[in-house]
Write a protein that binds this ligand. Structure first.
Ligand SMILES: [Zn+2]
Length: 256
């Protein structure tokens, strides 16, 4: 799969040409962490090359001590909470989609799980944990959201267009998923990734919401070398233009 597409990049460059430097903010989230793996090490190398923080969405029930130690040694990895056990409770209900935090269970039961998961991660990661909830499969039942603030979450992140504040809860989504999931998971290719990125960028240009950061979504466990090569090429091109500005995870969720 091609790891760069200059033609697509030129289109992006022409979109941002007239903008002042550092106009468009972006951030990085990576899902499904639970232990130290070769794939996580490969992703961390990319983060360290560019000195970008990664919000590592971590599954509390699957947490292994190797990840706790690894995060301690790699300050660019910041931990947030990825559901509780990453289980699909919609299975067999004929809905055609997967969710752990959907409406298949009573919201009270879901919230109890979340609180338990949060306690685990909070205790193990201390300051490396930022209380942001990343719902597995990017789905959360609307009725659960108003209770998140009471559980101590400052942020919620799914996939789409959202960037808003609900009470004190900042909702900041991701927009460019570098993987394609069906029929089997693989790197999407540079052209498609850049097309998605440009789509969000154009929305920002049209709406003038430059401050609403564009989220890059990765899943280190499913990356092959071409996915990581694309990330390297993408980040270095973003930095070269000077039109884009990287935000730390705390900046992303305190900015709204
Ligand atoms: Zn996940």
């Amino acid at each position: 799969m091609e790891t760069w597409c200059d033609e697509s990049w030129q289109l992006i460059l022409s979109d941002v040409e007239l903008l002042p430097d550092a106009s468009i903010a972006f951030w990085w989230r990576d899902d499904d962490a639970s232990e130290k793996t070769d794939q996580l090490e490969a992703l961390t190398k990319v983060a360290e090359e560019f000195r970008f923080e990664v919000a590592l969405a971590t599954v509390p029930e699957r947490l292994q001590s190797s990840l706790i130690q690894y995060v301690k040694e790699h300050p660019l990895l910041v931990v947030c909470q990825h559901g509780y056990r990453h289980e699909n409770y919609e299975k067999g209900l004929g809905k055609g989609f997967a969710a752990e935090l959907g409406d298949a269970r009573d919201p009270k039961v879901v919230l109890k799980d979340l609180a338990e998961g949060k306690a685990i991660i909070e205790e193990e990661f201390a300051e490396s944990f930022i209380p942001i909830l990343v719902p597995p499969w990017n789905r959360i039942h609307e009725e659960i959201i108003p209770s998140l603030e009471g559980l101590g979450y400052v942020g919620l992140s799914t996939f789409g267009q959202q960037s808003q504040k609900r009470g004190e809860l900042s909702i900041v989504d991701c927009h460019m998923d570098i993987l394609k999931w069906k029929p089997t998971v693989h790197f999407r290719g540079a052209k498609k990734c850049l097309r998605d990125f440009r789509e969000v960028l154009r929305e920002r240009l049209d709406s003038g919401r430059f401050d609403s950061p564009i989220g890059i979504l990765t899943h280190h466990l499913d990356h092959t070398d071409d996915a990581n090569s694309f990330l390297r090429a993408f980040f270095s091109h973003l930095l070269k233009t000077k039109k884009f500005r990287y935000l730390t995870i705390r900046e992303v969720f305190s900015k709204l």
